[in-house]
Design a protein around this ligand. Structure first.
Ligand SMILES: [Zn+2]
Length: 573
C-alpha cells in the first residue's frame, strides 16, 4: 500500500473543490473521464481534504497500480494499514470500471465522494472506492466497443491488459488486478460491496436495474436483512427520487414480459466472491440505451441511497454479518450448486414498451422492435429464488498437497489458515475420483473448464509429505474453502481445471506382455472375473478388441496408478 505524494494540488485548491470537480466532469456532455483524468481527480480530492486519501494498493496486468480512494468523517493520520483504518467502522466498498465501457459508476463515484466530502461523511463509516479496476481496459479507449450502448462518446474496453473479463476471474485469479483486489478486500472486510455496470439486452422504461447478491446463497440473518429490509428501502427510496428500479432484466433476445429470473452470481463474479465472506453485494446495471447523464445520476442516487441506509442501520448490518459468521461455524454442509426455484413466483408490474416482430431488410428473418413512444406496464412473472441443486458435507480437514502451488497461493490470499505437516504422514482420507469429465472444447476466459463431472468417493490410506497443507474447516472463511475445494462446487478449482494433469494416465502396458499377467490376475480373482464377464456382456463390441479387454483388467488391477483421475485434495471427516 502506498500513499500518493501530495504534489499537484496547489493550483487546484485555488479553484475551490466544488467548482473544480463539478465543472471538470464532462458526463453531462456525454463524455467520461480518461484514466489519467480519473486519477488526477482523486489526487485533487486527496490534496484538498484531510479525511480523504488516495492509495496505491497493488498492481494490475497493465503494469499500472490499482488505486483505492478512502473517505471517512475524521482526518487520516500517518501511515496505517487498511485493516487498521477499518477498525470497527462500517465499510462500503465500491468497485468501478471492471468493464470500463460501462463507465457511469466511474463518474458517479467521483460525484458521490465529492458530495460527501463537502456535506460530511457519515460517522464511523469507511467509504472505499476503486476509481477504475480494469486499468488496462480503461487505457484501451475508443468509440466502437459497446456497440449497442448510447454513449459516452469514448470509453474503455471490456477485456483487461491480458484480455480477461475480470468479472469472471474472482476464483481463478489469473489477473494481477484480481490478486490486488483479494488483498484489499481481505484487509477491509467490507460489510457492503457495490460493482457498477451497464446492461445489455431488452428495452424498457427503467434507467436503473439492480442485481442484489442472490439471497438464497447467503446465511439466513443476512438474507433476511437483505430481502426484508435493505432491498425494500432501496427500491422505495430510489422510486421517491424518480429513479424507480427493477430487478436486473435477465433476458436476452426476447421481451421481458415472458418472465424473468434473478441473476445467479456464482463465486467467479465479483459479488459472488464477496458473498462468500458475508458481504452484502449489489451490482448496479444502468440501461445501455438511456442518456449517459441519466445513467450517471441514477448510479449516484443509488450510492447515496445505500449510504442513507448504512448510516441509519449500521449496527443492524454489523450484527447480521456477525451472526452469519457464527452460523457458518455450525453448518454441517453448504450448497455447492443452485437452480431457480420455480415454485416461488412473484408478480412484477414491469414498465416496458410495446413491441412487435418485423421483417428485416438485411436477411430473411424477423426482428424484435420496441416502440419507445408507447410505454406499457406488463404483469411479469419473476423468480427471485434459487434452491440448492447439490451440497457438500463439511469435513474436519482438507489436505492440499504443496505441489499444487497455484491453489495454495489463492487460498493464502483469502487469509485461509493452513498448517503444514511436520513429517511424512500416512492418513485415512476420503479421496474423490472423477469417473466422468469432459473439457470445454472452446476456451472460456483463458481456461478449458471441466464439464459434466461425475465423481465417486473412496476411503484410502494415503501418504502425504512433510510440508503438505492441513486445512481445518473451523475457520472464518469456510464458505470460500467449500466453494473452491469441494470438488463438484460450481466454481471449484477442480472445475476451473487447476488439476488438469490428473486426467492424463502416466503409465501403460504392452498388450503382448500383459496378456499373460492378465490371464493370471483373472484366474486367481473371482470378483475380477465376474466384473470382466459383466463388462463384456454390456459391451460386446469392446470384447473383441484386445486392448480394450486388457485395459479393463489393467484398470482393475494393482498395476493401475491410483493417481489417474484422482482429485489431489482429500477430505478428513
Ligand atoms: Zn458489465
Amino acid at each position: 500500500m502506498k500513499r500518493i505524494s501530495k504534489s499537484i494540488g496547489a493550483l487546484l485548491l485555488l479553484a475551490g473543490p466544488f467548482i473544480w470537480a463539478q465543472t471538470r466532469l464532462p458526463y453531462l456532455e456525454n463524455k467520461t473521464l480518461t484514466y489519467a483524468q480519473i486519477i488526477e481527480t482523486y489526487q485533487a480530492l486527496d490534496e484538498i481534504y484531510t479525511n480523504a486519501q488516495l492509495l496505491e494498493v497493488g498492481t494490475t496486468d497493465s503494469g499500472r497500480p490499482l488505486h483505492l480512494f478512502l473517505i471517512q468523517n475524521q482526518p487520516f493520520f500517518g501511515e496505517q494499514t487498511l485493516a487498521q483504518l477499518r477498525g470497527d467502522k462500517l465499510v462500503t466498498l465500491v468497485n468501478n470500471g471492471i468493464h470500463p465501457g460501462e463507465s457511469c459508476g466511474i463518474d458517479a463515484s467521483i460525484l458521490w465522494a465529492q458530495s460527501m466530502l463537502e456535506k460530511g461523511v457519515p460517522e464511523n463509516q469507511l467509504i472505499a472506492i476503486i476509481p477504475v479496476y480494469n486499468v488496462g481496459g480503461a487505457l484501451n479507449r475508443g468509440a466502437y466497443s459497446r456497440a449497442n450502448q448510447n454513449g459516452p462518446q469514448e470509453h474503455g474496453f471490456r477485456g483487461n491488459a491480458q484480455n480477461l473479463d475480470l468479472n469472471r476471474d474472482f476464483v481463478k485469479a489469473e489477473a494481477l488486478n484480481t490478486k490486488s483486489f483479494f488483498a484489499l478486500f481481505q484487509a477491509l472486510q467490507p460489510h457492503i460491496f457495490v460493482d457498477t455496470h451497464t446492461s445489455n439486452g431488452a428495452n424498457y422504461q427503467y434507467t436503473m436495474t439492480l442485481i442484489s447478491t442472490q439471497r438464497d446463497k447467503l446465511a439466513a440473518p443476512l438474507a433476511k436483512l437483505l430481502s426484508e429490509d435493505l432491498e425494500p428501502f432501496l427500491y422505495q427510496k430510489m422510486a421517491d427520487k424518480k429513479w424507480e428500479m427493477t430487478p436486473y432484466v435477465n433476458v436476452f433476445g426476447r421481451p421481458p414480459n415472458w418472465g424473468m429470473q434473478a441473476f445467479l452470481e456464482t463465486p467467479r463474479y465479483a459479488s459472488g466472491y464477496t458473498a462468500l465472506f458475508n458481504t452484502l453485494g449489489f451490482i448496479t446495471e444502468t440501461h445501455m440505451l438511456k442518456p449517459y447523464p441519466d445513467r450517471v445520476k441514477s448510479t449516484l442516487a443509488f450510492l447515496e441511497t445505500l449510504t442513507e441506509y448504512s448510516s441509519q442501520q449500521g449496527e443492524k448490518i454489523k450484527q447480521a454479518r456477525a451472526k452469519a459468521f457464527a452460523l457458518d461455524a455450525t453448518k454441517k454442509s453448504f450448497a455447492t450448486q443452485w437452480v431457480v426455484d420455480s415454485t416461488q413466483k412473484q408478480m412484477l408490474d414491469f414498465k416496458g414498451y410495446a413491441y412487435r416482430y418485423a421483417q428485416s431488410p438485411l436477411g430473411d428473418y424477423r426482428v424484435l422492435r420496441y416502440d419507445t413512444t408507447q410505454p406499457r406496464t406488463f404483469p411479469v412473472d419473476y423468480y427471485p429464488n434459487y434452491k440448492a441443486k447439490d451440497s457438500a458435507r463439511v469435513p474436519k480437514y482438507f489436505v492440499l498437497p504443496q505441489a499444487y502451488r497455484q491453489v495454495v497461493e489463492r487460498l493464502q490470499y483469502q487469509n485461509i489458515e493452513m498448517e503444514r505437516l511436520p513429517k511424512d504422514t500416512v492418513m485415512e482420507v476420503l479421496s474423490t475420483y472423477c469417473l466422468e469429465a469432459d473439457f470445454s472444447t472452446s476456451p472460456y476466459e483463458g481456461k478449458h473448464p471441466v464439464k459434466n463431472l461425475i465423481t465417486e468417493q473412496k476411503v484410502q490410506q494415503r501418504l502425504f509429505l512433510k510440508g503438505d497443507f492441513l486445512i481445518s474447516t473451523q475457520q472464518e472463511n469456510i464458505r470460500f474453502l467449500m466453494a473452491v475445494l469441494a470438488p463438484t462446487a460450481v466454481d471449484s478449482y477442480l472445475r476451473w481445471n487447476f488439476f488438469d494433469i490428473i486426467f492424463q494416465q502416466k503409465e501403460h502396458f504392452s498388450a503382448y506382455v500383459f496378456e499373460e499377467t492378465a490371464r493370471a490376475l483373472v484366474a486367481k480373482d473371482a470378483a475380477l472375473k465376474k466384473a470382466l464377464e459383466e463388462w463384456k456382456a454390456a459391451h460386446p463390441q469392446k470384447a473383441t478388441n484386445t486392448y480394450a479387454v486388457l485395459q479393463f483388467i489393467y484398470q482393475h488391477s494393482p498395476y493401475y496408478e491410483q493417481e489417474h483421475r484422482r482429485y489431489p485434495v482429500v477430505q478428513i471427516f
